[in-house]
Design a protein around this ligand. Structure first.
Ligand code: PEP
Ligand code: MN
Length: 262
């Protein structure tokens, strides 16, 4: 994935659009798919305000085994329904190599979560799927390890990889993670792959998502993936970091100069 071997920026397809290139991509949606009503309403909202992709977890690797684990296959079917209705391509996390062929039938981009960045059998499985992949940086992964994880996917013959900086664990506890914008600038130099930022998990605080999204655009990221919910108080996961409709609208207004540069 080195820029020395391939000097030009890669574009990675997401449905019939792509990540990478002139336009700053905004992918948005709930942390978890919770119900048809919840998903379709938030998908419609983010699409109307300019998102090019819909995120939503169906298999949720939660810190506590007693927390909501996701709707599974039912959630994938809802993501497909949302895409069929709205023409909004989808990104969702796969947590097990056996699930890859099944998930590939329902979603447009397979997400590898931070906790699985070192799961090399899973990386190989998505590499063999031929599907575009969003690879999230591990909670304590070095940039070298992050790039080598991408190599695991590409080495299987699948060059369609988007890197996602989602914050790393540091001594700081005031925010959920420390969003490493150094990494974004450095990755843009070292690799031709598109780099996106997840300011929702990167900060864990709703009020910080817009400023860090602006920072991501300023530092040269190819886009962001953000959590949004029409009723965050009722969310089954990560409600405290979800953007409300008003905040999502404000986000898109502030990013307009980047999003419009197509
Ligand atoms: C997510 O995007 O839903 C998620 C669980 O993020 P991460 O793997 O970065 O913690
Ligand atoms: Mn989340």
């Amino acid at each position: 994935v080195s820029r020395e071997l391939h000097p030009h920026d890669t574009q990675v397809p997401l449905g019939n659009t792509q990540i990478g290139g002139e336009r700053f991509a905004v992918i948005a949606g709930p942390c978890s798919v919770e119900s048809r009503e919840q998903l379709l309403a938030v998908a419609e909202m983010v699409k109307a305000k300019g998102a090019i992709g819909l995120r939503g977890g169906a298999f949720k690797p939660r810190t506590s085994p007693y927390a909501f684990q996701g709707l599974g296959l039912e959630g994938l079917k809802l993501l497909k329904e949302a895409n069929d209705q709205l023409g909004l391509p989808t990104v969702s996390e796969v947590i097990s190599p056996e699930d890859v062929p099944m998930m590939a039938q329902y979603v447009d981009m397979l997400q590898i979560g931070a906790r699985n960045m070192y799961n090399y059998r899973l990386l190989e499985a998505v590499g063999q799927s031929g599907k575009p992949v969003m690879l999230k940086r591990g909670l304590s992964a070095t940039i070298e390890e992050f790039l080598l994880a991408a190599e695991y996917i590409v080495a299987q013959g699948n060059p369609q990889v988007v890197l996602c900086e989602r914050g790393i664990r540091t001594f700081e506890t005031a925010t959920r993670n420390t969003l490493d914008l150094n990494a974004v600038a450095l990755l843009k130099q070292k690799t031709h792959l598109p780099v996106v930022v997840d300011p929702s998990h990167g900060t864990g605080i709703r009020e910080l998502v817009i400023p860090l999204s602006r920072a991501a655009a300023a530092v040269g990221a190819d886009g962001i993936i953000v959590e949004a919910h029409l009723n965050p108080k009722e969310a089954l996961s990560d409600g405290h970091q979800a953007l409300t409709e008003d905040l999502f609208e404000q986000l898109m207004r502030e990013l307009a100069p980047f999003v419009a540069a197509a």
